[in-house]
Design a protein around this ligand. Structure first.
Ligand code: ADP
Ligand code: ASP
Ligand code: MG
Length: 427
């Protein structure tokens, strides 16, 4: 195996970290310092500020059904802007740098527009540029479909996909460090924007972080955590605005000793669909969920109510952004099966408690429901897994629900297991 002449660091800067020219220059100064310390650097950037949302808005102003291929080419340009500008900022500081698009960095995907998964990385060009002494800036959130040279297409990795670009590159290059710079100091017990008492964690295990991300904690993309776990990449999440210790996402050796809720997650990208008075007979669930699956709509929680007079209501959640598609798919299904109708609610949200110790300790569900009841929050749907309990509630009550749960599970208090581990050893 070729030995790395100098330690390699992968750093990712999110949208708020590169939101304007001044911030890009500040990131460039930070990179220059890291470079001066003797490290090789691969830097992944997101699009500037709200660029991705603005590009989506522009497309929506042109058509309500944009061609997925064109949309992905459009969205990928957001990251091209920030990568090129950061490279220029480094040149201005006398630091050798080059920006590469995802395809130029050798990132190939499974080709699914808008939600592609990285299929492989062939970082020949990245290595060559590093060897030439350059800082390599890679446009995050994108890769090219693995098809032939003639029909390869730009595909994007889903919202938050630059996190995944960074972790995948760190794994593929065997980097010694993978740092994700963002607008908070690390991973907290809940979104610090909604819960003032949220406490920063020093370490969080892959499993718990994965669950938090899956349940909506946007600070890390789900796939990034998965890739970190599979490839044993330790990910450090930290602030790009202040020099402060971040949070390490890695194997948590204390996970077995914890027997508590580790954090809360919430998700507003949820809508509830209810099919009214659906005939209660075999094959109905397939008739409903088959076409949704064929249309690529992700269905999450499903509740079938007790039937009356041969009919039953079925409720389920879908991502809010997929609600229109779900309705289009379901309208003919409802008519065909003779159901009474379909109602939707886009003002719901999910709150989850997450902890690896939940499955072997009783009482968490009761405590969660009790805390929500005391806060006057009505629970519309419930689902559980080994490591979480999730409730669908009214979106307007999200902040009070999260704060109530944070207090009820005493998340502001440090875990005694950590305090124990931090004690200096005797002798
Ligand atoms: P970036 O643009 O750097 O990728 P994101 O907006 O994607 O940043 O993610 C950072 C945001 O994630 C924070 O501003 C915070 O509001 C939110 N967030 C949600 N849950 C958490 C959590 N448990 N810990 C830290 N941040 C969280
Ligand atoms: N720019 C993309 C987004 O806003 C990717 C990212 O920021 O990670 O989702
Ligand atoms: Mg992000």
């Amino acid at each position: 195996m070729p030995t790395q002449p100098v330690p390699l660091v992968v750093q990712k800067f999110g949208g708020s970290s590169v939101a304007d020219a001044d911030r890009i220059k500040r990131v460039a100064r930070r990179i220059a310092r890291e470079r001066a310390a003797g490290n090789d650097l691969v830097v992944v950037v997101s699009a500037m500020g709200d660029t991705t949302d603005e590009l989506l808005g522009l497309a929506a102003a042109i058509t309500d059904d944009p061609d997925p291929r064109e949309l992905d080419v459009l969205l990928a340009t957001g990251e091209h802007q920030s990568a090129t500008l950061l490279s220029m900022a480094l040149h201005g500081l006398g630091v050798g740098a080059i920006s590469l698009t995802g395809p130029q960095a050798g990132i190939t995907t499974d080709g699914r527009y808008g939600r592609a998964r990285i299929a492989g990385i062939e970082p020949r060009r990245v290595r060559a540029e590093l060897e030439a002494g350059k800082v390599v800036i890679v446009a995050g959130f994108q890769g090219q479909s693995a098809d032939g040279v003639d029909d390869a297409e730009i595909t994007t990795l889903g919202r938050g996909g630059s996190d995944t670009t960074a972790v995948a590159l760190a794994a593929s290059l065997g980097a010694g460090r993978c740092q994700v710079f963002t607008d908070v100091k690390g991973i907290y017990t809940a979104d610090p924007r909604l819960v003032v008492a949220a406490r920063q964690l020093a370490v969080i295990g892959y499993e718990e972080m994965l669950e938090l991300a899956q349940q909506g904690a946007q600070v890390m993309q789900v796939r990034a955590v998965e890739l970190g776990w599979i490839n044993d990449v330790e990910i450090e999440v930290l602030s790009s605005f202040e020099d402060a210790p971040g949070t390490l996402i890695r194997e948590d050796p204390l996970v077995e000793q914890r027997n508590k809720v580790r954090g809360l997650a919430h998700d507003r990208n949820v809508a509830k669909v209810t099919l009214l008075a659906v005939p209660d007979r075999p094959g109905i669930a397939r008739a409903v969920f088959g076409p949704l699956a064929d249309a690529g709509v992700i269905v999450d929680m499903i509740v079938q109510n007790v039937g009356h007079d041969g009919a039953t209501d079925i409720s389920f959640t879908v991502p809010r952004v997929e609600l229109a598609r779900a309705e289009r798919v379901l309208q003919p299904v409802v008519e065909e099966m003779g159901a009474r109708g379909l109602t939707t609610d886009r003002t719901v949200a999910k709150v989850s408690i997450v902890g690896a110790g939940l499955h072997n300790a009783p009482g968490y569900a009761a405590r969660m429901f009790g805390a929500l009841a005391d806060a006057g929050v009505n629970i519309e749907m419930i689902s559980t897994s080994e490591v979480r309990i999730t409730c669908v509630i009214e979106e307007g009550q999200l902040a009070s629900a999260l704060n109530a749960l944070h207090g009820a599970f005493e998340l502001e208090k440090p875990d005694p297991v950590d305090a124990q581990a931090a004690l200096p050893r005797a002798g």
